[in-house]
Ligand binder design. Structure first.
Ligand code: DLL
Length: 434
């Protein structure tokens, strides 16, 4: 039996949804026009008035918003409400440039918590669960997002935050955690730590994980499910839109249902800006139709995915987005060839290797070089040099056929690549300053 948090919203018929979305869109367009200089100027330049927007299908008439727009209006100039109405600020720490700052009214926090409660319920969570939150608490939205979601569901949130991994395992065992929330790379690390501590995860009550904040493959899912002896669910979100819970997986695990009554998704061709049909991969764009403080219009996420309105066996009618295929800005260009870090992970796991790897990119004498460092797994660690060289050769040739570019492979000792307690840093690109 599927478990819903909000059955009427999650299984609404498409016509009802269309009416709700259209009404909410009209409202935020008016609010932005009246309260946000940036949008008023953009609309004026395009000769657009709020009255020109009637239904959600009119979205295409509206301008896009980009991360640069958020940075140019740092910290608060895109907010549509006075300071008195804000009750929370978060920020996302971009790897380059200024942070992007986001604000929430009470209703915004409630909508965001609703998304996370839906995600936990879809993962089988209920009032009788202990939800162990190992996402970082702070400006990052992971920790507080799932925390409020767990409370909204009526479950007991255990706010462990990230770090001190042995303690995570002890708490999980002693407090009887039922559901774990953290990044997939941290889930893997927690699993490895439990194994090193001699703890049999099949004896723990833990039965599900709600993992997101970074891209992860189906192979990675299988590894996590095995090491923690749980069912692992994906959850997606970004701080500009709310935080985690913008979309979430159900038991069918063929994509994430988008809370499209709050966050309306489109997939566009990143070059032309044109909307793409279901099934075609492109850049994901959101309009925050259900938000007050920062009701962004057509925000370009840079995440690459496809949408599907196909009927889902869980009964939810909300559109699904596929797992992301990376971001338009984490694509590496190696000697003119496009390479996504996720392709490397896919190859490694297909070959039964460890998901602990790092990609190092350099430019030597004007030539790009890419080197993949992979931990040898402990079972094979004692193998003779000849066998290790064989692993390297196998991996090198598999990477060449997938990536179409020749890379260097280096097998390194178990546990020699730094583990992440949050989002894993897979790429070191030394060309940036060259
Ligand atoms: O990562 C919010 C979050 C927290 C989502 C906890 C899920 C769980 P930001 O730090 O603003 O917010 O980063 C957002 O992370 O644009 C994606 O590139 C990536 N991302 C988030 N969830 C997923 C996912 C949080 N499930 C950026 N799969 C997004 C792939 C993800 N990428």
């Amino acid at each position: 039996m599927p478990t819903y948090f909000n059955v009427s919203a999650e299984t609404a018929d498409r016509e009802t949804l269309f009416q709700i979305q259209s009404e909410k869109l009209r409202k935020i367009v008016k609010i932005n026009y009246e309260n946000v200089d940036f949008y008023r100027k953009k609309f004026d330049e395009m000769g657009l008035l709020p009255g020109d927007i009637n239904t959600i299908d009119d979205l295409v008439k509206l301008p896009f918003t980009t991360k640069t727009d958020l940075r140019d209006n740092y910290p608060y100039d895109l907010f549509a409400v006075p300071k008195e109405e804000l009750i929370r600020i978060h920020a996302s720490s971009g790897t380059t440039g200024k942070q992007t700052v986001v604000g929430y009214t009470r209703a915004d926090i409630d909508a965001w918590a609703e998304g996370c409660a839906r995600a936990l319920a879809a993962a089988g969570g209920s009032k009788s669960d202990y939800v162990h939150v190992s996402y970082g608490y702070g400006l990052f939205t992971g920790g507080l997002g799932l925390h409020y979601g767990a409370e909204k569901l009526g479950a007991a949130a255990i706010p462990v935050s990230s770090g001190n991994t042995k303690r995570q395992v002890q708490i999980m065992r002693d407090f009887h955690s039922d559901i774990l929330c953290c990044t997939p790379s941290y889930a893997m690390f927690i699993g490895e730590t439990a194994r090193d501590m001699g703890i049999d995860t099949s004896k723990l009550p833990l039965r599900a994980g709600v993992f997101g904040a970074e891209a992860w493959s189906e192979n990675m899912r299988a590894k996590i499910e095995e090491i923690l002896n749980i069912k692992a669910y994906d959850i997606y979100g970004l701080s500009e839109i709310a935080g985690p819970g913008v979309s979430y997986e159900c038991a069918e695990q063929t994509g994430m249902h988008v809370c499209e009554d709050y966050f309306y998704p489109e997939v566009i061709d990143p070059d032309t800006g044109k909307q793409l049909p279901d099934g075609e991969y492109g850049e994901l764009v959101f309009t925050c139709i259900g938000k007050e403080a920062l009701p962004l219009v057509r925000y370009r996420t840079r995440d690459i995915c496809a949408l599907s309105h196909a009927k889902c066996s869980c009964g939810r009618t909300l559109v699904k987005m596929s797992k992301t295929r990376g971001r338009t800005d984490d694509m590496l260009i190696i000697r003119g060839v496009n390479v996504f870090p996720s392709q490397v992970e896919h190859v490694l796991l297909e070959l039964g290797m460890e998901p602990n790897y790092q990609i190092v990119v350099d430019r030597i004498d004007s030539l790009d070089t890419m080197s993949v460092h992979v931990e040898i797994n402990e079972r094979n660690f004692s193998d003779e040099v000849r066998r290790v060289e064989e692993y390297e050769r196998t991996l090198k040739s598999a990477l060449l056929s997938t990536l179409n570019v020749s890379v260097t492979v280096k097998m390194v000792e178990p546990k020699s690549i730094a583990r992440s307690e949050g989002k894993a840093k897979r790429v070191i690109d030394n060309r940036i300053d060259n």
